[in-house]
Design a protein around this ligand. Structure first.
Ligand code: TA6
Length: 254
């Protein structure tokens, strides 16, 4: 929900209207979207962005060292109360390492006997001064699909990503660092990643903000999502007994 390096303002954003209720996702921070990104591939009654972010996780360990604290959480197919979410064996682990950087790793262990296909995202919401003044580098030349307004056509990113309307893009084959440049706050936020081939960039702008009950109508200028993901064509298949790891590393420089 929050990551505030010493002497700096919070890098993550939380809506003032976020729900903190059983079975509902929070609107901000870094929701864990798993084992599907977006709408369920076939069942419209299933929750958006999977069930990991609306489940109770187990605390495996809390440790610390020189300048960092590490929390390891686990979720297995035995845990969800809703049997719809217990359909195939899995062992999920989330490692959160908080220090000069915020390092989050989501590990999927396939404890079953058949391949486990998934899409996923660490759906990071970042705090910015004014979305209209922000630019995001690191995606130039990448192919993307703009899903805002149902457009759905594939394009190539030219230069930095700028914002003057709703942006809801999946960048494919994207493995580079992204940097959010925020002149208003005089800072850059760097998002590095491992085990992820999709970067999702989202700002709902005016109309979509107004449709979300847990998102204030005038909050959109102060946030942007840059998500570490594997979505759509970048879906991941993990063989029995194997582990797939996806990691995001967040840091800021003045
Ligand atoms: O990551 C972008 C996105 O897929 C958008 O399309 C928007 O739906 C956003 O996620 C939030 O989804 P949520 O289910 O949390 O409201």
């Amino acid at each position: 929900m929050s990551y505030k390096p010493e002497g700096k303002t919070d890098l993550l954003w939380m809506s003032k209207f976020s729900c903190f209720e059983e079975g509902k996702p929070i609107r901000g921070g870094i929701p864990v979207c798993w084992p599907w990104f977006g709408a369920h591939p076939s069942d419209p009654k299933m929750p958006s962005h999977g069930f990991a972010r609306i489940s109770h996780w187990n605390v495996k360990s809390v440790s610390g060292g020189n300048g960092f604290t590490e929390l390891r959480l686990s979720l297995t197919d035995k845990d969800p109360s809703d049997e719809r979410f217990r359909t195939r064996p899995f062992d999920l682990e989330l490692s959160v390492r908080c220090g000069k950087k915020l390092e989050i790793e989501l590990s999927t262990a396939n404890s079953g006997k058949v391949d486990f296909k998934l899409t996923e995202a660490l759906h990071s919401y970042f705090s910015v001064s004014d979305i209209k003044k922000v630019s995001i580098s690191g995606l130039s030349g990448a192919e993307y699909v703009e899903t805002a307004g149902g457009i759905g056509e594939n394009r190539i990113q030219s230069g930095s990503v700028l914002f003057s309307s709703e942006v809801d893009r999946l960048y494919f084959g994207s493995v580079c660092d992204c940097v959010i440049s925020d002149p208003g706050l005089g800072r850059e936020i760097r998002i590095s990643k491992e085990g992820s081939r999709t970067t999702v960039v989202w700002n709902p702008w005016i109309a979509k903000s107004a449709k979300m009950p847990d998102f204030g109508d005038s909050e959109y200028p102060e946030m942007v999502c840059v998500e570490t993901a594997n979505a759509a064509a970048d879906s991941v298949t993990t063989a029995p007994g194997k582990i797939h790891r996806m990691k995001t590393v967040i840091s800021s420089e003045n």
